[in-house]
Write a protein that binds this ligand. Structure first.
Ligand code: 13P
Ligand code: SF4
Length: 315
């Protein structure tokens, strides 16, 4: 997905420049699966939020360019305080993460003092610091199941929270009224239309989609979960219920299979802010370094590390 103009004309030049700068800086470039195709092309590692958080922790490089949104780079920095984590576009945020504040979460905790707080990584460091443990879409069910408390406040994504509640019926899961503005765009009608147009296709969906959409899915999982599922599935055609950047990886891994996007609106504008030009600039200027203030970092790191403890034994 190359933009017309500067990046399109200079794609190869910029990719060469990035590769030179990467060597000079001894840097690692990682990219989320929703990044532009040309960014995923130059990345050393691509994947979902969980895989990328783990990848940074295992990396030997001191400098990491994180092509994604701010909460992802923040988590990478929290887990690796000795590394320099760069976010190429300072403004690349996640609207879902902004749907809750630490202060509002504290009020909710006062309402349910007996409950534990499980916080989706799509949140600020301050919210993570107020939580007992973090989760990603690939391990949310496992994390909630691992909690000793019967009552869980799940923040901030209500769709993922509702999905977890269905998978872990023995827990009382209290939802927060937050959602991903991109995944909420997909409607039941659009899935029905896509199913009519492609009757042999399976429908795979991210748990941030609406409940009525998830109810129609043949498979529900994180972006990495979808990549794995499609690779192992004998079916040849898939309707893809998540941000369309993932199609790059799906096509790469499965050249013979066909992928359909049920809505043209499946684009996360924040993820698409990162271009080759910004990545080159990031390496050249060593900007923008992401670092969480110490007073928040300790608590936020504890929530992230607790998630890794619960889930990493499976890796
Ligand atoms: P993943 O954990 O599946 O990568 O999802 C992150 C995200 O932002 C989904 O919108
Ligand atoms: Fe945030 Fe949604 Fe974009 Fe993911 S797709 S980064 S949840 S706005």
């Amino acid at each position: 997905m190359i933009r017309e103009g500067f990046d399109c004309k200079y794609k190869e030049h910029l990719q060469r420049k990035i590769s030179e700068l990467k060597k000079e800086r001894g840097a690692l470039i990682i990219a989320h699966s929703y990044q532009r195709d040309e960014i995923q092309e130059i990345a050393d590692i691509t994947g979902d939020s969980y895989a990328l958080a783990r990848a940074v922790t295992m990396a030997t490089q001191k400098t990491v360019v994180f092509c994604g949104v701010s909460f992802m780079a923040e988590s990478a920095s929290l887990l690796n305080p000795d590394k320099v984590v760069l976010l190429p576009v300072k403004e690349a945020g996640c609207p879902l993460a902004e749907m809750i504040t630490a202060e509002k979460l504290r009020k909710k905790k006062d309402e349910y003092p007996e409950a534990a707080v499980v916080c989706y990584v799509n949140s600020s460091a301050a919210v993570k610091a107020e939580s007992d443990i973090c989760c990603t879409s690939s391990n949310a069910v496992e994390v909630v199941r691992s909690m000793k408390e019967d009552k869980i406040i799940f923040v901030p994504d209500k769709n993922l929270g509702r999905y977890v509640r269905e998978q872990v019926p023995d827990k009382e899961v209290i939802l927060w009224d937050g959602c991903c503005v991109v995944h909420m765009r997909l409607t039941q009608e659009e899935v029905l239309n896509a199913r009519r147009a492609h009757p042999d296709a399976e429908f795979i969906a991210h748990p941030e989609c609406r409940k009525e959409v998830l109810d129609m899915a043949d498979y529900i999982g994180s972006t990495a979960g979808m990549v794995k599922y499609v690779k192992n599935c004998p079916r040849e055609e898939f309707i893809v219920g998540t941000e369309m950047g993932i199609i790059y990886k799906l096509r790469q891994d499965n050249p013979g299979k066909k992928f359909y996007v049920p809505t043209k609106l499946f684009v996360c504008a924040n993820m698409k802010l990162t271009t080759l030009g910004w990545v080159a600039r990031s390496l050249e200027q060593m900007e923008w370094e992401v670092r969480v203030p110490d007073e928040i970092a300790t608590g936020a790191r504890r929530s992230l590390e607790r998630m890794l403890e619960v889930t990493q034994k499976k890796l």
